[in-house]
Design a binder for this molecule. Structure first.
Ligand code: ADP
Ligand code: MG
Length: 308
């Protein structure tokens, strides 16, 4: 598929008043009714420099992993970065249904599973989407085979595939790679954590959303100890944010749990909920939505460079 036929990501309409304020500490004294959502960027935070690999993890379904993957990819592609998203969720494969891979006619259709079983290189399982600057490694239900056949070295497969690709190509093929993890802490998720430089944790703002954080913490620490010492948690996204006292309590709690991470309240919008059905990033489907704007702002903070 030629680049000319792909849809470019639009610039966002400029409504400066609608951008979230960026602060380095939250004033937790203000009553929640008058507390506006603010992006927390700790003074110690350093933006990533491309090439960088992110993994979007939370073992809870519906936390906003796939939305976070798609919107960050769209925001980064809008600034002419080359972005690859990797669907690592066999249970839903929602990413592959949202950003539909454009398979060339008459060739075998590869997927992330093919990479885990050494059937092809990562680049051979990477396909264009309809959106300029965003390519995808798709997945389907058969990725589940990795969990029960446990091919030797599976934990290292993605990290090794990325390293091999960079070496063979004489440099990275993509500026940013974003791995959309499954709602589990299984082998494929550990492979994603092992391959990534930085983890991003989306979190719904409900009581049950907090309960899983301890086991996610433990898994990240184990990966840091055993397979990927460079891994850090760069961001927490409070997805489908609403203005409630409880949302704010959760925000304060995650800021304590992840003192090194940017914390981004992502505002809820109906248009964001509709975008997967329309098979378009929110940024394209509804450029005016606060959800797309919040992700674009976050992308600009996470990565060094100019964002629009
Ligand atoms: N900011 C938002 N506003 C409205 N709906 C959202 C928002 N973020 C996510 N959603 C919706 O919440 C649901 C779960 O999000 P999703 O990204 O699929 O989570 P996960 O990948 O963690 O399972 C989806 O229906 C999605 O459209
Ligand atoms: Mg998902």
């Amino acid at each position: 598929m030629s680049d000319a036929t792909r849809l470019a990501m639009p610039a966002l309409p400029h409504a400066p008043g609608d951008r979230l304020e960026v602060v380095s500490t939250w004033n937790t004294e203000t009553p929640y009714q008058s507390w506006r959502p603010q992006i927390l960027v700790p003074a110690s935070f350093r933006p990533a420099v491309a090439p960088v690999t992110y993994v979007v993890v939370n073992q809870k379904g519906g936390a906003g992993k796939t939305t976070t993957t798609v919107e960050l990819a769209a925001a980064l592609a809008a600034t002419d970065l080359r972005v690859r998203v990797i669907d690592a969720d066999h249970q839903e494969a929602a990413l592959s249904r949202w950003l539909v891979p454009q398979y060339p006619a008459g060739e075998p259709q590869r997927s992330l599973r093919s990479v885990f079983f050494d059937e092809c290189a990562l680049a051979e399982a990477t396909y264009p989407t309809l959106f300029a600057g965003v390519d995808i490694v798709p997945s389907g239900l058969d990725l589940m085979r990795v969990e029960y056949e446990r091919p030797i070295g599976a934990e290292q497969t993605l990290a090794a595939a990325l390293a091999r690709e960079t070496e063979q190509h004489g440099g990275p093929l993509y500026d940013v790679t974003i791995i959309d993890a499954a709602p589990s802490l299984g082998l494929v998720t550990v492979a994603g954590l092992t391959a990534a430089d930085r983890a991003l944790v989306p979190l719904g703002v409900g009581g049950l959303d907090l309960l899983g954080l301890q086991s996610l913490h433990r898994t990240i620490r184990t990966v840091q100890d055993k397979t990927n010492p460079k891994l850090s948690v760069a961001g927490v996204f409070l997805t489908a944010w609403d203005k409630s006292g409880f949302a704010r309590q959760i925000a304060e709690r995650v800021a304590l749990d992840y003192p090194e991470a940017v914390v981004v309240p992502v505002r809820r919008s109906v248009r964001a909920a509709e975008a997967p059905i329309a098979a378009q990033p929110v940024r394209l489907y509804a450029p005016e939505s606060a959800t797309g704007a919040d992700y674009a702002q976050a992308a600009g903070i996470l990565l060094a460079g100019e964002m629009t």
